[in-house]
Design a protein around this ligand. Structure first.
Ligand code: BJW
Ligand code: ZN
Length: 256
């Protein structure tokens, strides 16, 4: 393919900008005292976990908004469990990637560090992250719809329908669905972290689901430098201090 001189200079300018922005972010990381990281499905996409709003985000033509609600579960618990069972089977065969590992290394380097993840796949923990809040829950935990007992459950495939071994009632995924509140303890912790960090890295999230979609603004209002790492532009890109375009597995390790 032949490029016009204009296209070539645009590509070159974009490359130069990315290079400069990478250097700037590396300098910000070196100078930072307190680091916070917010991650979304994009960081796990490089391991093979489907994102929610990408081309791979549909399951049997349903969107997350159709299935990840208490109403959908009440209407058809089997359908919702089948979706989670499929996702559990996909995730069971997947391992963390270089971006998850780089986040673990950042945790090791910063005495003041906190990871906020929207991901329920458990890959950050599997990589070794310890200082983290899984604000939307964890796909390997189940909760009783009656006695509310929460337990780890790694059975794949999960029996349909799974029932509570304490009281016999229906189990549900221990996940925060649309219209449900996040744990107050997680919200408190996130607020503290976002208001006290001096650098926030926002990795692989479309930034459209609240409350996490408001986290960058909270950190920025409190004086933090906020940088986005994403394969694509997001509705939040314009409000960032810096945006690095690329795959998380390629870009995040460059920050070390
Ligand atoms: C790469 C890449 C690569 C790809 N490298 N990058 C205020 C205003 C409007 C609405 C609300 C509001 N407050 C609350 C709401 C309602 C609702 C909401 O936000 N709705 C929006 C859709 C508008 N929020 C809630 O209901 C929340 N509860 C709540 O706030 O309670 C109080 C309340 C309730 C109701 C009204 C008011 C207050 C709960 C939200 C729970 C979300 N749960 C889900 C599904 C369940 C979890 C599961 O089963 O997995 O969590 S939704 C789904 O989206 C999932 C994700 O965690 C979440 C975020 O998605 P994410 O991670 O950003 O993924 P994608 O696919 O969207 O984006 C991937 C990105 O990666 C893209 O940008 C790619 O470019 C990029 N990428 N490959 C780097 N290799
Ligand atoms: Zn029970």
């Amino acid at each position: 393919m032949r490029h016009s001189p204009d296209t070539v200079s645009c590509v070159a300018a974009e490359y130069m900008t990315q290079e400069t922005e990478l250097r700037l972010l590396q300098a910000k990381i070196s100078a930072a005292r307190s680091l916070a990281v917010l991650t979304g499905a994009g960081i796990s996409a490089d391991s093979g976990v489907p994102t929610f709003r990408g081309t791979d985000g549909l399951w049997r033509n349903f969107r997350a908004e159709d299935l990840a609600t208490p109403e959908a579960f009440e209407r058809d618990p089997r359908l919702v469990w089948e979706w989670y069972d499929w996702r559990r089977q996909v995730i069971a065969g997947i391992t963390p990637n270089a971006a998850h590992a780089a986040v673990v290394e950042l945790e090791r380097r910063f005495p003041e560090f906190w990871l906020i993840t929207q991901n329920v796949d458990g890959l950050h923990r599997a990589a070794g992250s310890q200082k983290l809040s899984e604000i939307h829950g964890n796909i390997w935990k189940v909760r009783c719809t009656s006695c509310e007992a929460v337990e780890e459950n790694y059975t794949v495939p999960i029996p349909m329908l799974p029932m509570c071994r304490h009281c016999g009632a229906l189990l549900r995924p221990h996940i925060v669905w649309f219209g449900e509140s996040l744990l107050p303890s997680d919200l408190t912790r996130c607020g503290e972290v976002l208001r006290s960090c001096d650098l926030l890295l926002v990795i692989g999230t479309s930034g459209v689901v609240y409350p996490a979609a408001g986290f960058a603004a909270i950190a920025k209002d409190a004086g933090a430098f906020v940088a986005e790492i994403n394969f694509d532009s997001t509705p939040q890109s314009a409000a960032m201090d810096l945006s690095l375009k690329g795959r998380a597995k390629d870009v995040v390790p460059l920050l070390l």
